[in-house]
Ligand binder design. Structure first.
Ligand SMILES: Cc1cc2nc3c(=O)[nH]c(=O)nc-3n(C[C@H](O)[C@H](O)[C@H](O)COP(=O)(O)O)c2cc1C
Length: 414
């Protein structure tokens, strides 16, 4: 019986263990986690979601405080169109986060950054261009474009000196999305270096509707493998979403995937950025504790624990400090929902907003517990301790379990 280690992901002459730890927003896929993946010969991701906030936490900078101070006058104003990001400061934060991570890299693996198009930051094209270029400047090995179709993202960096040398990949959930991306970018003469095919069981935002359960990752991967062969496109395909054991991973490699991208099992490792208390919530979750809902202002369904404090919280929008989801005209679906509730309950001190959430604030505070479908199986990957908590795992332990396990087994920590 084969294990993942019997295979290698090839990028030209570079050979990697075919395990990618996926990007997990607002520093759940921390630099420490990505560095472990690279040290062990695979690929790790850091995330560029709310990078000024992440930099403040990592390096004691004041990017958020500065922005909040600058726009303090606007806090009570429902119009957020004037709240914009300083592009120079945004580049600086990205340089620090990426640069210091790359400096610390050891081993033969790679570190990529996950970049979400839906973080439109009140100036979609300009802020995306700055984030992509700054990551390339700071030496990132590759960029994974996610949460959006990214039809114009390659063009934003086509003049960058590293445009053809850095690895650039996209995440898609259907052959149609891939075809659209390839068609729109044909004139650049530069194909993606890899394609992550993410199925309906993944964590974070989903590329499916609330009918996600009708889709199957094996079927989507098979369809895209067939399409790439028919078009004679030799692009590594990386399968993602619900791959819980090494044997699950092998099943995708055997139908044509070059590697797998995994995330959920790493959320409960020491290196992941979630607070330890939240990691225990993930361990304890049962299947009925997890839902896919529409509360993300991005418009994409998102999977999370039903007990997430973000659900129903009616906090005042925090765009002066954050504002990552402002669409370019100062709008965000949460602001609309919040203002509606305030108008309906003018005398209430506290309002509850059930249909949308202030994703920036809640992701920043680790109060939106987004998770993969199989989070309820995490308890089977560790040991329950005398005090009722589960033992946190090391990223190395989980990585090696994916790499070497057979027979659908999951290795428990020693
Ligand atoms: C907690 C969590 C946060 C995530 N955040 C992001 C994100 O910010 N951007 C993104 O492209 N994917 C995100 N994902 C998706 C993962 O990168 C990955 O593709 C997927 O979850 C793999 O499936 P698995 O979790 O079942 O292993 C997230 C997943 C989890 C579990």
């Amino acid at each position: 019986m084969k294990c993942v280690d019997d295979f290698r992901l090839k990028f030209g002459k570079t050979e990697l263990v075919p395990i990618v730890i996926g990007g997990m927003g607002v520093d759940i896929s921390s630099a420490e986690l990505a560095l472990e993946a690279a040290r062990l010969g695979g690929i790790g991701h850091i995330s560029d979601a709310m990078v000024p906030t992440v930099s403040d936490r990592r390096f004691n900078t004041d990017f958020v405080k500065e922005k909040a101070k600058l726009y303090k006058y606007n806090v009570a104003n429902t119009d957020k169109s004037t709240v914009i990001f300083d592009l120079g400061r945004l580049a600086e934060a990205t340089h620090m986060h990426v640069g210091q991570t790359m400096e610390a890299k050891r081993g033969d693996g790679l570190i990529f950054i996950n970049c979400m198009e839906k973080l439109s930051m009140n100036a979609p094209r300009d802020t995306l261009r700055v984030r992509l270029s700054a990551a390339l400047d700071a030496g990132i090995d590759g960029i994974t474009l996610s949460a959006g179709l990214h039809l114009g993202s390659f063009a934003l960096i086509e003049d960058h000196p590293r445009f053809r040398d850095a690895k650039l990949g996209i995440i898609v959930s259907s052959v149609r999305a891939l075809q659209l991306f390839l068609r729109k970018n044909a004139r650049l003469g530069r194909l993606p270096d890899y394609i992550v095919v993410e199925g309906p069981l993944a964590g974070g935002h989903l590329g499916f509707g609330l009918d996600w359960a009708n889709y199957d990752l094996h079927a989507i991967v098979a369809e895209i493998v067939q399409y790439l062969r028919a078009e004679q496109l030799d692009i590594p395909l990386i399968a993602a979403g619900g791959i819980f054991t090494g044997s699950d991973a092998v099943s995708f490699i055997e139908i044509g995937a070059a590697a797998v991208q995994v995330a959920t099992r790493f959320t409960v490792t020491h290196e992941a950025g979630l607070p330890d208390k939240v990691k225990q919530e993930y361990f304890r979750a049962n299947e009925q504790d997890i839902e896919v809902n529409n509360i993300s202002p991005t418009g994409y369904p998102m999977r999370m624990l039903k007990s997430s404090p973000a659900i129903g919280a009616g906090i005042r929008p925090n765009c002066e400090a954050y504002g990552y989801l402002l669409d370019g005209n100062g709008n965000c679906a949460y602001i609309t929902a919040y203002n509606r509730e305030v108008a309906l309950h003018p005398n209430d001190k506290k309002v509850f907003v059930m249909d949308k959430t202030c994703l920036c604030t809640h992701m920043r505070n680790f109060d939106c517990w987004t998770c993969g479908h199989y989070t309820y199986r995490l308890k089977d990957t560790s040991r329950l301790q005398d005090d009722g908590s589960y033992r946190l795992l090391s990223a190395e332990h989980v990585f090696r379990d994916y790499q070497f396990s057979t027979d659908n087994r999951v290795a428990l920590p020693a």
